[in-house]
Design a protein. Structure first.
Length: 249
């Protein structure tokens, strides 16, 4: 009986992992479809497509899935009637939240997103209410052992790099979106591989959240938003001090 329980638990965990992977691949397919629709299928000529394909490869999305999404966005296959939206609102404690959405039905998505905000004491706001608190930046990431900080800064500064920083085991190069193509070209020229890139929203200021209950609500809100099928990315302008995080666990 114990053995049966053990294998049942493993199967259940695998099922959950597969479900999460499938949902993520579905989101990434949407990003590829829209990128192809707006700028064409060639990642060398369409930086948005490069970002989308990089993100898909980073989570081992099968090549056939990527190809199918590109063909859908290019009009070879049926589908791809997706619209982009930027939803703005506030989490508990007045924390600003931005959600980038890709949906085939805004009338369905809007009330669902509004409900998620309300469940965690947040509020969906009007267009423009918090977007001004964030800067749209491009970020390239590469292994920490690929290059030294000084060398990486030297290579990318003239191409538009604004910041080079170590995050975990990878370097991050932050720049304006229009500078990313030049930075990627420089890295390729000097033989630096395993580079991924994407667009992020970086807050210009942050709110310190010291109340543990508020912090839990904020984290739960962001997690629930990220789980929604139509949400591509979520950004927020908060910082939880270490002592509060220790209580959250």
């Amino acid at each position: 009986m114990a053995g049966h329980s053990h294998w049942a638990n493993i199967a259940r965990k695998k099922s959950l992992i597969d479900a999460k992977r499938g949902k993520l691949w579905s989101k990434l397919a949407k990003a590829i479809i829209v990128a192809a629709k707006l700028g064409g299928p060639d990642p060398d000529a369409n930086l948005r497509m490069r970002y989308a394909i990089d993100a898909a490869k980073a989570v081992s999305m099968p090549k056939e899935n990527i190809s199918r999404a590109i063909r859908t966005g290019s009009g070879e296959l049926k589908g791809g009637n997706l619209e982009e939206s930027l939803y703005e609102g506030y989490a508990a404690g007045g924390v600003a939240v931005l959600c980038e959405i890709l949906t085939d039905n805004k009338n369905r998505t809007a009330p669902e997103i509004r409900k998620i905000f309300e469940v965690f004491d947040g509020k969906l706001g009007a267009t423009g209410c918090v977007a001004w608190m964030f800067q749209r930046k491009a970020v390239a990431r590469l292994p920490a052992d690929a290059c030294t900080e000084d060398r990486l800064t030297e290579l990318t500064l003239e191409s538009g790099a604004e910041d080079v920083r170590l995050v975990g085991d990878r370097w991050e190069i932050v720049c304006e979106p229009q500078s990313m193509a030049a930075i990627l070209a420089v890295l390729q020229k000097f033989g630096i591989s395993d580079v991924t890139s994407d667009i992020v929203r970086i807050p210009t200021t942050s709110v310190d959240v010291r109340d543990v209950n508020e912090a839990r609500k904020i984290l739960s809100l962001l997690e629930r938003l990220d789980e929604h099928d139509d949400v591509q990315s979520v950004a927020a302008n908060f910082n939880i001090p270490e002592e509060a995080m220790a209580q959250i666990g």
